[in-house]
Design a protein around this ligand. Structure first.
Ligand SMILES: Nc1nc2c(ncn2[C@@H]2O[C@H](COP(=O)(O)OP(=O)(O)O)[C@@H](O)[C@H]2O)c(=O)[nH]1
Ligand SMILES: Nc1ncnc2c1ncn2[C@@H]1O[C@H](COP(=O)(O)OP(=O)(O)O)[C@@H](O)[C@H]1O
Length: 222
């Protein structure tokens, strides 16, 4: 689908709710640019940049990276995208980040994946990630064609240092205290769209239909 008007969305949801998986489907179907805060941080860690080295301890302990650092990083990447449509995944995670984003851009929609926390832990401890692209796999849900290797590049997959049971518990706590209030922030602006369920394959058709509706309305307006 070729968009005729700039469309900007954020995707929210607890760790493991399927943000990365759904973002991949949205970008493939609708052609938006995808920016993932976690992927950007991990590529900094991998490249051993000063920022990556400073932030690694924070991430490995399941804590959020400080707002100022995160907002500067994401806003500068968004500026580099120029006048394009995009989907932001993993940002904002605090009210302060949401306000920084609002100061710079008009967000059209906040897609919220509402997945029960009980099933999330299991998903994260069996997640395999291709770090350079952010592609994710799961032993049961979407296993790679060759175990341990990325389908597209054939490069090795890794288990993230923060996908251990203890760290996942801390990340879920950070989500409850710091990120859930952002849902209320977007709800009060009238742009929160919540999709509930336990399986991405069942949630996805609803998101796809919603975006088709939103984007075709926008195109008539444009
Ligand atoms: N069992 C199962 N695993 C899923 C489903 N959707 C996504 N996953 C896997 O769950 C893990 C977390 O998904 P991801 O998209 O990385 O979530 P994020 O942390 O919100 O970005 C990954 O290993 C996915 O492959 C699902 O419906 N069922
Ligand atoms: N917007 C953000 N603000 C602060 N920290 C962040 C942000 N995005 C990512 N992080 C850090 O990176 C870690 C991994 O993020 P992410 O890859 O988005 O995890 P998940 O997809 O499992 O929710 C977070 O636990 C946090 O430490």
């Amino acid at each position: 689908m070729v968009l005729q008007r700039i469309f900007r969305a954020v995707i929210m949801g607890p760790p493991g709710s399927g943000k990365g998986t759904v973002s991949g489907r949205i970008t493939k179907t609708f052609g938006l640019k995808h920016i993932s805060s976690g992927d950007i941080l991990r590529s900094n860690i991998d490249a051993k940049t000063e920022l990556g080295l400073l932030m690694k301890a924070c991430i490995d302990q399941g804590q959020l990276v400080p707002d100022g650092v995160m907002s500067r990083l994401i806003l500068s990447d968004l500026r580099a995208l120029g006048p394009n449509s995009w989907l932001l995944d993993g940002f904002p995670r605090t009210i302060s980040q949401a306000e920084s984003l609002d100061d710079a851009y008009n967000v059209d929609t906040a897609i919220n994946l509402n997945v029960p926390l009980e099933i999330i832990k299991q998903r994260l401890t069996s997640r395999w990630t291709h770090l350079p692209s952010g592609r994710v796999y799961n032993i049961d849900f979407n296993p790679p064609k060759v175990p341990g290797f990325d389908d597209v590049t054939g490069e090795p997959l890794v288990q993230r240092d923060d996908d251990t049971p203890e760290t996942v518990t801390r990340r879920l706590n950070a989500y409850k205290t710091q990120t859930e209030p952002v849902l209320e922030y977007y709800r009060s602006k009238g742009i929160l769209e919540t999709f509930s369920g336990t399986e991405t394959n069942k949630i996805w058709p609803h998101i796809e239909a919603f975006l088709h509706r939103r984007l075709s309305v926008n195109q008539k307006v444009a």
